[in-house]
Design a protein around this ligand. Structure first.
Ligand SMILES: NC(=O)C1=CN([C@@H]2O[C@H](COP(=O)(O)OP(=O)(O)OC[C@H]3O[C@@H](n4cnc5c(N)ncnc54)[C@H](O)[C@@H]3O)[C@@H](O)[C@H]2O)C=CC1
Ligand SMILES: NCC(=O)COP(=O)(O)O
Length: 327
């Protein structure tokens, strides 16, 4: 089986990345099925398919497309909320194919959150939408993974103020437990080590710079340890991502979005992958966004999308193997 790749925002770099990824992957045989309006593929050869299983044999010579029709023309770099319905359609179709076992994974091209919101979309991003489509709202967890770092933010697409208000010991434990399970099952780490970041400067410095470490985070670490998870911390966030610290853990559990994503994108923007944990299906995505400013100019680097494809393949294979062992 092969993964389904969604078109993402039609005015972003998704279409260009799709063609660039196909040009590279057609030589290695790592096929994908693209879901979108073929008008976005420009001069690249494509072939319409009715079923995902037709895609593999087509892939060496053309991009296999499960077609959708955009409601109007697209100017690269010019976002248009009238496209939202079709963008959402692509995600829904990919999810249906994954849930019904017709594709091995969902790989998503970037969407613009503001454009979709203006188009009436009720979710902050793919992560939450996919959880809803899969019937596991609240279970979804965002991980960003690269060769040098894995990070998981406990709070995701909310303002910093809201993030602080919504952090609880229970939520930290829940996210930590899902992370530990995913590191074992999907990443093949038998005894994963989770480093938990503090929230405040110097991890609170014994309560002088904030109390959340003592009242909320340390109890969560203790609860995880009681459950057999190798969690440690809370560590001062400013030194948790240094070259010396990173080899000491397999994933960093962070308290908010930017605490997690800034170090990852600074270290590894080109090869970072966004993975949604807690879903019944595999979903990966490049770590970057729509990059409207460079769309349609031939400048977009497909490295992160290629890394997302590779990770989808590896995670899908590990999940399939673990299902076989269980049955
Ligand atoms: N998974 C998703 O669907 C994601 C969507 N977004 C959305 O993307 C939109 C734009 O977000 P920004 O914060 O501007 O981040 P961005 O990642 O789109 O762009 C940040 C900078 O990186 C450059 N860049 C990004 N990807 C590149 C690539 N493949 N090759 C060369 N240069 C690249 C851009 O030109 C820009 O200078 C927002 O609406 C955001 O919501 C952001 C992250 C993930
Ligand atoms: N900053 C990461 C991001 O925005 C990814 O969001 P999603 O669309 O994958 O939920």
């Amino acid at each position: 089986m092969l993964p389904a790749l969604t078109m993402g925002d039609p005015a972003g770099i998704g279409p260009e990345l799709t063609v660039k990824a196909w040009e590279i992957l057609r030589r290695t045989g790592d096929a994908f099925l693209w879901i979108g309006d073929p008008v976005l593929l420009g001069e690249a050869p494509f072939e319409i398919v009715g079923h995902a299983e037709q895609a593999a044999s087509i892939f060496p010579s053309a991009i296999p497309v499960m077609p959708l029709t955009l409601p109007g023309s697209v100017t690269p770099g010019q976002a248009d909320s009238a496209m939202a319905g079709c963008v959402i359609d692509a995600i829904e179709t990919a999810t249906r194919l994954a849930i019904t076992g017709q594709v091995s994974a969902i790989v998503t091209n970037p969407i613009s959150k503001i454009v979709l919101k203006q188009g009436g979309f009720a979710f902050p991003g793919h992560t939450e939408f996919l959880a809803s489509l899969c019937g596991v709202e609240g279970e979804e967890i965002m991980m960003l993974a690269s060769p040098r770092l894995r990070v998981v933010p406990v709070t995701v697409h909310v303002s910093l103020r809201e993030a602080l208000d919504s952090l609880t010991t229970d939520r930290i434990v829940h996210v930590g437990a899902t992370l530990a399970e995913a590191l074992r099952r999907d990443f093949g780490l038998m005894a994963p080590r989770i480093a938990v970041a503090g929230l405040n400067p110097h991890a609170g410095e014994g309560g002088v710079m904030g109390h959340e470490e003592q009242t909320m985070i340390a109890p969560a670490i203790e609860a995880m340890r009681q459950a057999g998870i190798d969690a440690s911390g809370p560590y001062p966030p400013d030194t948790l991502f240094t070259d010396l610290a990173r080899p000491l853990y397999d994933a960093a559990l962070c308290m908010y979005h930017d605490q997690a994503l800034i170090p990852l994108k600074t270290l590894d923007m080109a090869s970072g992958v966004n993975v949604t944990l807690g879903l019944p299906v595999v979903r990966t995505s490049p770590d970057h966004g729509t990059a409207f400013a460079i769309a349609g100019q031939g400048k977009a680097d497909p490295a992160s999308l290629l890394a997302a494809m590779r990770m989808a393949r590896d995670l899908g294979a590990r999940r399939a193997a673990s299902k076989e062992v269980q049955s």
